[in-house]
Write a protein that binds this ligand. Sequence first.
Ligand code: FAD
Ligand code: DLZ
Length: 511
Amino acid sequence: MTKPVPSPNLIVILGDQLSPDIAALQAGDPQQDIVLMAEVRSETDYVPHHKKKIAFIFSAMRHFAETLRQRSWTVDYVALDAKSNCGSLTSEIERAAAEHGCDRIYCTEPGEWRLRNAFEQLAKHMTFEILEDDRFLCNQEDFDTWWKGRRQPRMEHFYRKMRRKTGLLMDGDKPVGGRWNFDSDNRKPPKPGITFPEPQRFNPDTITQNVIELVDNCFPHNFGRLKPFWFGVTQQDAQAALDHFVTVALPDFGDYQDAMVQHSPFLFHALISLYLNVGLLDPRDVCVRAEAAYREGSVPLNAAEGFIRQIIGWREYIRGLYWQEMPSYVDRNIFCHTSPLPTFYWTGETELACLNICIKQTHDEAYTHHIQRLMVTGNFAMLAGIEPKAVHKWYLAVYADAFEWVELPNTLGMSQHADGGLLGSKPYAASGNYINRMSDYCGSCRYNVKEKTGPNACPLNYLYWDFFDRNRDTLGGNPRLTQVYRTWDRMESIRKVTVREDAKSFLRTLS
Ligand code: FAD
Ligand code: DLZ
């Protein structure tokens, strides 16, 4: 008697799950199972993604499918322009399961609540196993226990726990160098004449060129410049980008982390978030590499520590918070901000040089660094009273590294303070003075950063005070803002009136 052939399993791999050791692949058998990867309109269109982001994800997906085939997997790869494309991941899963006769489906948990929920609905009528995503250093259970055990769960405490857990930059149970955090040695303004290394750029191969053509044809009206396209799209590329960063930029990473320089979009930043977030780099490997550079003496401690903190601290903390607080988190709006996102977030057409420069850079590169996101586009949106959900959708669309688990808490929590202080103890609000100190933007602005009110004053100057004034009920009791309110209270009444009037008339121009 011949043994019955077991039906194959269907292994679903999403566009941000391009890791050869990911849980769903571990659960399968390359000799027998089918991998499903699909380019679908439901994912490209739920926010209008930047052209470069779509090209990056599609090209990386196509390269990953090739890697899997070389490792003996059978891949059912559905291109966006395939006639039979069903248009959504759930319908592709149903189609592929029926077509290949798969009784059981495996997927690694998606990085967005929206999709996880859709898969959980599917699991009600199919045998669908959603496996934990173990590409993070802190699993959700561990995070939830830590979170619930604290009155004020702050990143700095979580980070120390992660240093102990991973052993990174530790001497026994003590932090290397005797301190956990070297931030006070970081964050210098840009020195005049300072030069920055170029990032590692990659030439598009045939697969990428085909994707670029596809994106050009299928997404002609999406935001963003598609060419030149120079992102890496394979694990090897991502590794080369990391090596390049560690060699040429990491030594100065900490010092100029917060600086902003016109015509130098990347400074000493790593440009690896897009690779980490789709799985082409592993966060632990990245940190081990940075620590090794420190121990070899090629990178100072403040740089290595600052960099590792971003990854095992911020990145993991942000993810834990997302899953802890979703699905209601996306609706938080403590200041009841309701204004629509100004059109210039899509066109860059504004006279504020800082916004113009950062939005143009976003358009061209699908990248701005942290401080540009936080203190320029984010700060302005908060001071101007833009609806946090509209701000969130913009960030999710325009950056190549944006996936909701990491983008949403950064935008809604860190940059808009819309969660009322869950993520940060006070709003990251800044007047023009901060931008002027940390950048060379103000020199080319039509507004005068030194003027506080009036037609030529930098709008951030009066918007800053207007924001604190109109949100006094919410923020007035925050001990970290005592000095801010003391300064406001000492201001002459006539000046306060002018601040309010200038803010009102400026905000009217936005609509
Ligand atoms: P570097 O500055 O060189 O830092 C190294 C790495 O640390 C990054 O690659 C990233 O993996 C990690 N990291 C640093 N800061 C954070 C942070 N706050 N949260 C999570 N990881 C961090 N990051 C994303 O990956 N995706 C997003 O969609 C995203 N949206 C953001 C939106 C706003 C409003 C703000 C203020 C920040 C956002 N960030 C986001 C965090 C941060 O700005 C980016 O991770 C960083 O700019 C990526 O560039 P880089 O690789 O050159 O990072
Ligand atoms: C962001 C994105 C885009 C633009 N396109 C696809 C796609 O066509 N197919 C796919 O599997 N994934 C895509 N992604 C990534 C998903 O949106 C991402 O996996 C979920 O948002 C969960 O993080």
